[in-house]
Design a protein around this ligand. Structure first.
Ligand code: NDP
Length: 290
């Protein structure tokens, strides 16, 4: 028949959610996973389990990968290279922009198309349009498959450079993990003082709600490298983060996370930024990348 069809390789929590989303929308879905057994539940939902990577590739033009990293793609495709001819490989695994560019080249050499996707969603959010996936790669290939990819999440196409979607993704994930770890650290301090995560929820949410306004305020200043200390000075920030470090220690909590922040503030002061805004620390990061 004319049912749209797709192959999904990699059935971790994310791959499984993607398969379910396609099945719910009436797609014919062929699946494959290294560890067999992970397909069983999906087969009862209507998925077709391929018996090999070769078969999974042969079943559809559009092949979605949801693997731990890009090395896993080579592990799977290294020995089946000739089957890649003409395929559109949409890799929704995360890795570095450089790894992604290499993979796109590797696939191009095998006459396959590559699209990069950075999925900014948890598995439970797959299939609703509240979350987004960043894409890059050949625009005509993206356009040809956009409708299918939009079964999973909204799409945000960043351009032809295959590394670009992953770069945007990793920059967002940089914020995500450091923010989430600061959340856990704060809760450890709270818990050591007999305060639960539930009790802290409105308070931590409150501080996070203030951030978008602050980002709007600081964005033009950062882009023009104008680090006025008219609102806050680095010296004040240093004292403030020192209080956080000491509050952690008083609670008997590992202070290595706020201590790392304190260290950056100290280097900023040592570089002569005491009277500038904390945004001047972006120059410190620039220096340490050398
Ligand atoms: P998992 O690590 O749970 O699943 C990874 C899949 O990769 C499994 O099917 C695993 O197979 C397969 N795999 C790993 N290494 C190899 C290899 N060498 N050869 C063959 N297969 C391999 O990840 P998730 O499903 O959670 O996530 C998939 C991708 O989505 C990741 O890149 C992740 O960063 C990204 N992502 C995940 C989110 C989440 O909340 N889960 C959120 C946003 C993005 P096997 O079953 O045999 O181990």
């Amino acid at each position: 028949g004319n049912r749209s069809s797709v192959t999904v390789i990699g059935l971790g929590p994310m791959g499984k959610a993607m398969v379910s989303a396609f099945l719910n929308r009436g797609y014919k879905v062929t699946v494959w996973n290294r560890t067999s057994g992970k397909a069983d539940e999906l087969v009862t939902q209507g998925a077709i389990s391929a018996s090999s990577v070769n078969e999974a590739l042969a079943s559809n033009e559009l092949v979605i990968l949801s693997l731990t990293d890009y090395d896993a793609m080579y592990a799977l495709f290294g020995s089946v290279s000739e089957k890649l001819y003409g395929k559109v490989i949409v890799n929704l695994s995360s890795d570095t922009p450089e790894k992604v560019r290499e993979a796109a080249k590797w696939l191009t050499e095998r006459r396959a198309w590559h699209l990069t996707g950075g999925v900014l969603a948890s598995p439970s959010e797959i299939g609703n349009m509240e979350s987004v996936t960043l894409y890059s790669g050949p625009s005509d290939i993206f356009e040809a498959h956009r409708k299918t990819l939009e079964v999973l999440t909204r799409t945000d196409y960043k351009g032809e450079d295959p590394g670009l979607a992953m770069l945007y993704y990793q920059i967002q994930i940089d914020v995500f993990w450091t923010a989430m770890l600061s959340y856990l650290h704060a809760l450890a301090v709270a818990r050591a003082n007999g305060i639960t995560a539930e009790q802290m929820l409105p308070y931590i949410s409150e501080i996070l709600y203030t951030l978008p306004k602050l980002l709007e305020f600081y964005t033009p200043r950062i882009d023009t490298s104008k680090h006025h200390g008219d609102v806050e000075k680095l010296a004040m920030g240093l004292a403030s983060i020192e209080h956080v470090v000491h509050t952690s220690k008083e609670a008997g909590i590992d202070a290595s996370l706020p201590a790392a922040v304190l260290d950056v503030f100290k280097r900023g002061i040592a570089s002569g930024h005491a009277d500038d805004s904390f945004t001047s620390l972006i120059e410190i990061f620039k220096k340490s990348s050398a």
